[in-house]
Design a protein around this ligand. Structure first.
Ligand SMILES: Nc1ncnc2c1ncn2[C@@H]1O[C@H](COP(=O)(O)OP(=O)(O)OP(=O)(O)O)[C@@H](O)[C@H]1O
Ligand SMILES: [Mg+2]
Length: 255
């Protein structure tokens, strides 16, 4: 399995605070790699450094063979690395389908093809079929014509995944995909993710609800105070005394 995403010694300082401290992460192709840690341990900041939302203070981020350190989010997105946010932000005035179509590329956007009606009309038809196929894969096919504002929390997270897939993502970073959703919906979301993994998509997932997400994970990193404190297969990390200690020390409600 090749390495899709590698963070080497990534550090992010906010004024006096070291939010991420020399983190090393390897996300292998076609895995569900999970990042856990108590509130404020630096998980979102690390993902932000990898996806271009933040520029690391030091260290290096590789996407395949490309050094993407300090690249802009849209440049990283163009390379097939897409992220969802802790709080999903769909275009709420649009339908579910239009949100997915909006994330796709279309030759009509190019000034060289804009007047070639046949070419972009054909592509619009293909895009429509692909969008409906993607919506089926994430379990939103029955909601295709609903306004995205009417979706529940779990469905909004899946819409984020659908938008990522429609843009041709090879690796998707999800920040708390099952945060705030009921247990049955959480299982449903993760089952869809597991199916997409079978199709070759790689997932890098931040999650607090370890008990539900761990069975889906291939590899786990645990963070505390900006530092990676443990890594390995789920059972190894979740039974690591260092990991148990940071969770017990900060209260069970954060686990
Ligand atoms: N833009 C920012 N400016 C200053 N400090 C920040 C900024 N973003 C995050 N921090 C701080 O960096 C630390 C790590 O925050 P981060 O959001 O990465 O944690 P997290 O592990 O994602 O937490 P949670 O589980 O609550 O989402 C926290 O102390 C936070 O207050
Ligand atoms: Mg976070």
């Amino acid at each position: 399995m090749s390495d899709v995403l590698v963070a080497e010694q990534v550090t992010k300082n906010f004024e006096g605070l070291v939010a991420v401290n020399k983190a090393n992460i390897v996300v292998k192709e076609n895995t569900f790699t999970m990042l856990i840690g108590p509130n404020g341990s630096g998980k979102t900041t690390l993902i932000n450094c990898c996806t271009g939302i933040l520029k690391p203070t030091s260290g290096r981020v590789m996407l395949g063979d490309t050094d993407i350190t300090g690249w802009k989010p849209h440049q990283i997105y163009e390379l097939g690395f897409v992220r969802s946010f802790q709080i999903p932000l769909p275009f709420i005035g649009l339908t579910v389908l239009d949100n997915v179509l909006g994330a796709m590329r279309n030759v009509g956007e190019s000034p060289f093809h804009a007047t070639n009606v046949n070419k972009w009309a054909d592509q619009e038809e293909e895009n429509m079929e692909r969008a409906l196929d993607i919506l089926e894969k994430v379990g939103l096919d029955k909601q295709w014509d609903l306004p995205s504002a009417s979706l529940g929390a779990a469905q909004l997270k899946m819409l984020e995944v659908a938008k990522g897939l429609s843009s041709g993502a090879k690796i998707i970073a999800l920040d708390e995909p099952i945060g705030g959703v009921d247990t049955a919906s959480a299982h449903e979301i993760l089952s869809h993710v597991a199916e997409l993994k079978k199709e070759g998509i790689t997932f890098f997932v931040v999650e607090h609800r370890i008990d539900i997400a761990a069975p889906f994970a291939d590899y786990v990193y645990a963070m505390d105070l900006g530092t990676i404190i443990s890594e390995g297969p789920p059972q190894k990390v979740l039974t690591d005394p260092k990991v148990i200690e940071v969770y017990l020390g900060k209260g069970v409600e954060q686990c």
